[in-house]
Design a binder for this molecule. Structure first.
Ligand code: PLP
Length: 466
């Protein structure tokens, strides 16, 4: 049988088959043919084992998603039970299923006030895409069809859908894809380390507010639908705005008469401490997207939350027999919903608290590692953080891209037995699972520090550092 064949494959042939057939996310086709993949075999808590038996500590929770750690048996049991009882129930034709309904109730109670309605997706990209579609539908429904322009932030990431990838502001997602679209605009990111008045929180906040006001004035408020942002920019390099920034932007959107879409795909579910980053500042957006931590990567699922005032306007806009034509076969998948309910139970039964506790140790390690000759900046909130490497601490100059700092660090950290995210712009991202202990956090930093020392020992790096 094909299954028996797979089981007898040598590890080498697995890597070769991957090279021949798999297109990996955001990966150079030729680069992947040359390198091949590191094939992972199993996981337990903070630890992963690859097919050669190498054990590494995962300081990035997969792709900032496995927030409960690997091997949580109660999630496996919840999924198995649901799959046995009812693996699928469509949400079309007025059908429903128990876990999906209970999850909707649970989540709308947990999310900021006003976000009373939820549409389930398969991940974050289609959650953002769904939000864009609903926002478009909303402005048509209320008789303001000109309001179609969207404003987002430089360094933002909002997924890979053909609409969301244009709100994303990372060049790799635009190159060759004819993006951004003419209705997608970007303003400067609140990036304190790279901001002329970065030490002055109020100035950083004021500059984003002024940039949004200027962009909306340029486009005409009557043409602008929404401002879209992450509370902390993840894939742009874990850019942490000052506290009060999100609230100031909420007030600014209200003043300008535009909607606010907050993308909590990374920051949701305790990643920054509270259940949602919006909670920190008492912000209720008009739309909020989540994914990743919702099911902690054990099954695919995302969600878009819609404020009641938007929902009611859409509901009132058309005769009841007309459908709002947005829907996926797997929206509200019962197995994913059962997984999410159990994952949330784990968050509420100690994991969020543990994340806050270990988050304090994480912050202390970040502070300490600032003294390293390669480290220009460290930043973070809760269990989300980054180290930014520079060639000159005084001028904050980065590195020549030809030195491939990201690629070298990716290899060094793997060889030293730790997974972190090494961004091309010499930023090292951390997002350990919330189950991480203080001892495990110490192991992570020991291995990262060793990797930084080895990087600095490379002659061309040493000579590039001032
Ligand atoms: N939005 C944000 C803020 C993200 O970080 C991501 C993924 O990293 C997405 C959207 C897209 O989510 P997905 O990869 O599940 O489609």
């Amino acid at each position: 049988t094909p299954h028996a064949q797979t089981a007898t494959l040598s590890n080498r042939s697995l890597v070769d088959l991957d090279r021949a057939h798999l297109i990996h996310p955001v990966t150079s086709f030729r680069g992947h043919e040359a390198h091949g993949a590191r094939v992972l075999a199993s996981g337990d808590g903070m630890w992963l084992t690859d097919i050669d038996g190498k054990r590494v500590i995962d300081a990035f929770a997969g792709l900032w998603c496995v927030n409960v750690g690997y091997g949580q048996e109660s999630i496996v049991a919840a999924a198995t039970e649901q799959m046995r009882k009812l693996p699928y129930a469509t949400g079309y034709f007025h059908f429903g299923s128990e876990p999906t309904i209970l999850l909707a109730e649970k989540l709308t109670a947990l999310t900021p006030p006003g976000l009373d309605h939820v549409y389930f997706t398969l991940g974050g990209s289609d959650a953002v895409d769904s939000a864009i579609r609903y926002i478009t539908h909303y402005f048509n429904a209320i008789g303001k069809p000109a309001k179609k322009q969207f404003v987002a932030l430089d360094w933002g990431y909002h997924g890979s859908s053909s609409t969301g990838a244009g709100l994303t502001a990372l060049p790799a997602f635009h190159r060759g894809f004819d993006l951004p679209r003419p209705w997608q605009h970007h303003i400067a990111s609140p990036y304190p380390y790279r901001h002329p008045q970065g030490d002055d929180d109020a100035a950083v906040i004021a500059s984003t507010v002024a940039a949004l006001e200027a962009k909306v004035a340029e486009l005409g408020a009557e043409n602008v639908a929404a401002f879209c942002c992450e509370p902390i920019q993840g894939s742009g390099g874990v850019i942490v705005p000052p506290r009060g920034w999100l609230k100031a932007l909420r007030e600014c959107c209200d003043r300008l008469g535009i909607l606010m879409l907050v993308d909590e795909v990374i920051t949701g579910f305790g990643r920054t401490g509270p259940m949602f980053a919006c909670d920190d500042e008492g912000v209720s957006p008009d739309f909020m997207t989540v994914a990743k931590g919702l099911t902690a990567g054990y099954a695919p699922m995302g969600a878009v939350f819609m404020a009641d005032h938007v929902y009611q306007a859409i509901a009132d806009s058309a005769p009841p027999e007309l459908a709002v034509g947005h829907g996926f076969t797997y929206s509200g998948h019962p197995v994913s919903a059962a997984v999410a309910l159990e994952v949330i139970r784990l968050y509420e039964n100690g994991l969020l608290e543990n994340g806050v506790r270990t988050g304090r140790a994480f912050a202390a390690h970040l502070d300490r590692i600032r003294a390293h000759p390669l480290v220009g900046d460290t930043r973070g909130r809760g269990m989300l953080g980054a180290i930014e490497l520079v060639s000159n601490k005084a001028t904050r100059a980065g590195f020549d891209p030809a030195l491939d700092i990201g690629g070298r660090l990716g290899k060094l950290t793997w060889d030293n037995g730790v997974i972190v995210r090494c961004f091309a712009n010499a930023v090292i991202g951390f997002a350990p699972a919330l189950c991480c202990s203080e001892d495990e956090m110490a192991v992570i930093f020991e291995r990262v520090e060793t990797s930084l020392d080895q990087l600095l020992d490379m002659p061309d790096i040493r000579s590039a550092v001032v």
